[in-house]
Ligand binder design. Structure first.
Ligand SMILES: O=P(O)(O)OC[C@H]1O[C@H](O[C@H]2O[C@H](CO)[C@@H](O)[C@H](O)[C@H]2O)[C@H](O)[C@@H](O)[C@@H]1O
Length: 361
């Protein structure tokens, strides 16, 4: 089988070369398969007979699992290989732009850790005005979706842009852009809600968790409509086992709910096979690009839940996955950006490049 995933440096210029490879009629510039193994709390571990200690290990790892800092030369090499296998999307901008020639870019943006920095209080994860302007401009040129674990109303209160798609609750609540950018009421209706029947179950689980975790200082339970976030960023580590136990009890009582993990957060969601990757596919299909080779999806995200979307890009053999991270991590993304500031710069460059190319520059 052809290896589609290799970054090659030009021997003379030292530049990265990304040959477009045709796969099932699609162009592929995905690179660098991760060689790290990943431990994650799976559905099976999430209930009955669970070892809470394995949860705690996983909670410590946070998301996506950080590759340990180098302590030997082979580990230094491994860290160096991170930047070779996941080069900066800013440094590789020209190659990414040229991969999009003759193709429609569709932009997918995670919210927390991507458009806004990670902060202690989830209710104060604001994005800057500059970032909002960058997203607004990108959405003028390319169909753009915000794909987030948050519920749509909450993320909309941060993003405040009408001209984009919103895929909230990890893609389980998808809405189209408004017709009138300034008028929230004009927002196009629901496009897809695959977990509708779980609404009341999620609500009950939310109430139970609110009550049962009251005695654990620092915990925050967020109702994201089709899923719940149990935040432990501000919970002392000695209380994590007690918190995990409360979550386990809920999962035992609601076998149709399962557990996933994000950055210092345990997430409870329906057992349906739906995630950010499925939402990406759904949106591409809605936009008329289901089996098209004329599209270049670009997905930027920082978290474990974004890996589902990166995996979809890999399996489609199409598109650009960009992980937002300052440190080497296990990921299916091909490129990296260090933080939301770099994400903003990347979006701004994309807009400038599009404007120039429209004038034939
Ligand atoms: O898919 P995302 O947009 O990345 O949302 C994932 C979760 O993000 C939020 O929690 C995370 O960000 C908080 C604010 O910076 C931080 O305090 C927390 O530790 C992170 O896990 C959000 O609050 C969750 O509801 C989302 O599911």
């Amino acid at each position: 089988m052809t290896n589609h995933n290799v970054v090659v440096r030009d021997a003379k210029s030292g530049e990265f070369l990304l040959p477009p490879i045709v796969s099932k009629g699609r162009s592929n510039i995905a690179v660098g398969r991760p060689k790290y193994t990943r431990k994650i709390i799976t559905d099976n571990e999430g209930r009955g007979g669970v070892k809470i200690s394995s949860w705690i290990d996983s909670m410590r790892d946070s998301s996506p699992t950080r590759v340990k800092p180098a302590t030997s030369s082979s580990e230094t090499e491994e860290n160096n290989s991170w930047i070779v296998n996941h080069p900066s999307a800013l440094n590789m901008f020209e190659q990414i732009a040229s991969a999009s020639k003759e193709k429609q870019i569709v932009m997918f943006l995670d919210y927390d850790g991507t458009l806004s920095p990670i902060v202690e209080d989830p209710d104060r994860a604001f994005m800057t005005n500059e970032m909002r302007e960058a997203v607004r401009s990108v959405a003028c040129y390319f169909p753009t979706a915000i794909v987030t674990g948050r519920c749509i109303d909450k993320v909309y209160s941060f993003v405040k842009l009408g001209g984009v798609y919103y895929a909230g609750s990890h893609g389980m609540d998808i809405k189209g852009p408004s017709i009138n950018h300034e008028n929230k009421k004009g927002r196009q209706g629901v496009l897809f809600q695959p977990a509708n029947e779980y609404l009341s179950m999620i609500d009950k689980a939310y109430k139970i968790l609110l009550e049962s975790t009251k005695s654990i200082p620092g915990v925050k339970i967020e109702n994201n409509k089709f899923c719940l976030s149990v935040h432990y960023r501000c919970v002392e580590e000695k209380m994590w086992a007690a918190l995990a136990e409360k979550v386990r009890v809920v999962l035992d009582n609601y076998p149709k709910l399962r557990l996933t993990q994000g950055r210092k957060v345990l997430e409870i969601r329906p057992t349906i096979k739906w995630d950010k990757g499925k939402a990406l596919e759904f949106l591409l299909e809605s936009l008329g690009y289901a089996n098209s080779g004329d599209v270049l999806p670009v997905y930027i995200g920082d978290d474990r839940t974004d890996e589902d979307a990166f995996k979809v890009l890999r399996s489609r053999g199409q598109g650009i996955g960009i992980l937002v991270s300052k440190v080497p991590k296990e990921t299916n993304a091909s490129f990296s950006l260090q933080d939301p500031t770099e994400v903003k710069q990347f979006l701004q460059r994309l807009v400038e490049w599009k404007q120039l190319s429209q004038y034939g520059v």
